[in-house]
Design a protein around this ligand. Structure first.
Ligand SMILES: C[S@@+](CC[C@H](N)C(=O)[O-])C[C@H]1O[C@@H](n2cnc3c(N)ncnc32)[C@H](O)[C@@H]1O
Length: 293
């Protein structure tokens, strides 16, 4: 495994330069040998938030999607939710594009609360899918995507005129760890967020606090093994991804608190072009209903 250091401005350093930076900063101090990196310091998480801001509000200012359509396919188009009707959905770590924009094409959602520490800055992203009032549903075909890319305001007006949108109950500019919901939700979505948080156990506690009994919970993240993590943390640092929760901790949380509707582990593979290094990992796509007892 090569040395890689990705800083909070998304500068990718490799080889000897990466090694120099890794000697000064890495995530090893946060590693628990049995559970992985489950919590980090406020300072470490602040760097992750800086990276997230740089990623979407600078480098990704022309982006329209954060692998959301890829995740839609891995979830088999959210078939597990098809035809259902939800009163109030919460999307945790919604980003600028959200996953509710795709889930809302499969089931009926009365209104939504969008939570993300950066939710207010995302409002000025040119391809943000929501404002204070409405979340627009995503286009279903290539023509719609091109129309939205070229004329985002016209696309928004047309979607809203056709009722292809979900009313926004609230934008919550908070981390999930400190969020105290005013009411509970019957649909909670958290896709590609856990790795970006600062305290996995508080995240799990507040997911449960947000779900009413029987609520649907839709979750996706990378699966990690704590055992080989010391080696990888010594060689690789990515400012945007502070947490690496061991898969047994995660699966225990899901199995203890939810009845499974959908579960799929998908292998992923990528090549870091600069280093020519191959990366292999697994991602979990999960939906369940909150147990009532
Ligand atoms: C990789 S993005 C994914 C966005 C979105 N879920 C999607 O799939 O398009 C991760 C998001 O999680 C947010 N985030 C980071 N820490 C968080 C926390 N403690 N609580 C809630 N959201 C957080 C980031 O600000 C960022 O917008």
């Amino acid at each position: 495994m090569r040395h890689i250091f990705i800083d909070e401005d998304i500068r990718v350093l490799e080889g000897a330069e990466a090694q120099r930076h890794l000697a000064e900063r890495n995530d090893l101090p946060f590693l628990d040998p049995a559970s992985g990196v489950v919590a980090v310091s406020p300072e470490r998480w602040a760097l992750a938030q800086r990276a997230e801001q740089a990623h979407w509000m600078r480098r990704g200012i022309g982006a329209q999607d954060d692998r959301n359509r890829q995740h839609l396919l891995s979830f088999r188009s959210f078939e597990a939710l098809r035809g259902r009707s939800f009163r109030h959905a919460l999307e945790i770590g919604c980003g600028p594009f959200t996953n509710l924009r795709l889930i809302g094409r499969t089931c009926k959602i009365g209104r939504c609360t969008l939570l993300d520490p950066l939710v207010r800055s995302y409002l000025s992203h040119p391809y943000c899918y929501y404002d204070e009032r409405m979340l627009d549903l995503g286009p279903t075909g290539v023509a719609g995507r091109i129309a939205r890319k070229l004329l985002p305001r016209c696309y928004r007006a047309a979607q809203r005129a056709m009722g292809r949108c979900i009313p926004v109950a609230a934008l919550e500019p908070a981390p999930i760890e400190t969020y105290v919901p005013r009411s509970r939700f019957d649909l909670v979505v958290m896709i590609n967020v856990l790795e970006h948080c600062f305290d996995g156990r508080r995240v799990f506690g507040n997911i449960l606090a947000a779900c009413e009994p029987g609520a649907a919970f839709v979750f996706m993240d990378a699966l990690y093994d704590a055992a080989p993590m010391a080696d990888s943390l010594a060689r690789q640092y990515d400012a945007a991804h502070p947490l690496k929760v061991d898969r047994r901790v995660l699966l225990d949380f899901l199995q203890s608190n939810f009845d499974e509707l959908f579960s799929r582990v998908v292998p992923r593979h990528s090549t870091r072009t600069d280093a020519g290094e191959h990366l292999d990992w697994h991602e979990l796509f999960y939906a369940g209903t909150r147990k009532t007892t």
